[in-house]
Design a protein around this ligand. Structure first.
Ligand code: GLV
Ligand code: MN
Ligand code: MN
Ligand code: MN
Length: 405
């Protein structure tokens, strides 16, 4: 099964006919179908599939020299990515890393590579946090960065608890024991900006991930009639939200950070009612933890001041905050150099990844990025050209062969 064939097989799964984007939320029909596809693709390659009590998957290329195909030896070389998507996401964010991993295994076999360490192709569940709000949930649970007690209480938009969704999908919530078996992790991913396009490079290597966080902003006011309530008598929480969204954008520009309100809920959400409550989620990312904290503090201060003037109130609750990630410099250098086509450039990223969770847990980690000509991601317009994807596969195969050799 070639890269192209695998890619064609995945195209229709979870794709919206109207937007062309993907809806592959954890434990839904599309994601379940993708998990079955993974199991079939791994099994067809003779990989031993290990699933855990969350739906995380690893297809193991166990090495005869380890003496056992049942229990993989320690020091495995792990690759892979995720198969879930954001709401109305692109085709590449996640699946490119999984399909490329299988294609890299095929390429290594064609080249006669006989690895001395086990190689695993991983899929982590709920990487995007698009259903339960916490990104990289599958890898966080594997790494112990989030406990089952914390995770099972997370709720989706319909109020379904994570714990119930996991059990409803036939799992028991137990993460796989992975950290002590893995010597390094290399995740291939589509680039989510224009850094490689601007430098005319098909592939690059990530140096690290910016600190980032998600914060819930609750603006509380007073519901009232949109026609009969005089403007000066209102306590309209939408105004605090609107001003805060503008302030976040301005502060991020001033500080070289990123700030986005991409999700908002309004109560009662009626055209002819002043709202009683607006809840909005801020996604903020900065180059340093200090800059991130300063950005969120300033946005909170400005929002609170505005809410006070409107006779409303603002409460800000951090839902998740991730520190800076520096990928392993020696590993990154090994991935970036010694290719037939020369060295790949190093670039920082502002996106979160399971690789960041594993790196924070102490696993030497690197990421390979494949050029995205639109620079657009988390949207149906996300793209990568086939020749660039194949350069990525080859770079990944080189890397895995060297690491496992
Ligand atoms: C995940 O893709 C994120 O960075 O939001
Ligand atoms: Mn991703
Ligand atoms: Mn993503
Ligand atoms: Mn991501």
């Amino acid at each position: 099964m070639s890269f192209e064939q695998m890619w064609r097989d995945l195209q229709p799964v979870g794709r919206s006919a109207s937007s062309g984007g993907y809806f592959r939320q954890p434990y839904g029909a599309a994601e379940t179908e993708l998990r079955a596809w993974f199991t079939e693709a791994a099994t067809a390659r003779g990989l031993r599939v290990e699933s855990d009590g969350l739906g995380n998957l690893v297809g193991w290329w166990d090495v005869a020299s380890t003496g056992s195909t049942d229990v993989p030896a320690t020091d495995a070389v792990l690759t892979g990515s995720h198969l879930d998507s954001v709401l109305d996401g692109g085709a590449y964010d996640g699946p490119l890393g999984v399909v490329s991993a299988f294609a890299a295994v095929d390429l290594m076999r064609e080249r006669g590579v006989r690895p001395a360490r086990p190689i695993g192709v991983a899929v982590f569940v709920e990487e995007e946090g698009s259903r339960f709000g916490l990104a990289c949930l599958g890898s966080r649970l594997v790494a112990g960065a989030t406990t089952w007690e914390q995770a099972r209480e997370l709720r989706d938009r319909d109020g379904v608890r994570f714990g119930d969704a996991v059990e409803g999908a036939g799992f028991d919530g137990t993460p796989m024991r992975l950290l002590d078996r893995v010597g390094c992790f290399v995740e291939l991913h589509v680039e989510q900006g224009r850094w490689l396009v601007d430098r005319d490079a098909p592939v690059g290597v990530a140096s690290g991930i910016w600190p980032h966080g998600r914060y819930r902003f609750d603006f509380t006011g007073e519901a009232n009639h949109a026609g009969t309530t005089r403007m000066e008598d209102r306590h309209d929480p939408m105004l605090g939200y609107a001003m805060t969204a503008l302030a976040a954008n301005k502060q991020a520009r001033l500080g070289g950070s990123r700030a986005t309100f991409g999700r908002i809920e309004v109560e009662p959400n009626g055209t002819n009612a002043v709202p009683s409550r607006v809840t909005a989620w801020l996604d903020a990312r900065s180059e340093s933890p200090e800059a991130l904290a300063a950005l969120v503090d300033e946005v909170t201060r400005l929002g609170t001041e505005r809410a006070g003037r409107d006779g409303t109130s603002l409460t800000v609750t951090p839902e998740s905050v991730s520190g800076a990630v520096d990928f392993d410099p020696a590993l990154a250098a090994r991935v970036a150099t010694d290719h037939e086509g020369g060295d790949w450039p190093l670039l920082p990223t502002q996106a979160g990844h399971d690789a960041g969770i594993l790196a924070t847990a102490g696993v030497p980690t690197a990421m390979i990025f494949v050029r995205n000509p639109t620079g657009i991601s988390h949207s149906p317009d996300e793209h990568a050209e086939l020749p660039d994807c194949l350069v990525g596969v080859s770079a990944l195969a080189d890397t895995l062969a060297r690491l496992a050799g």
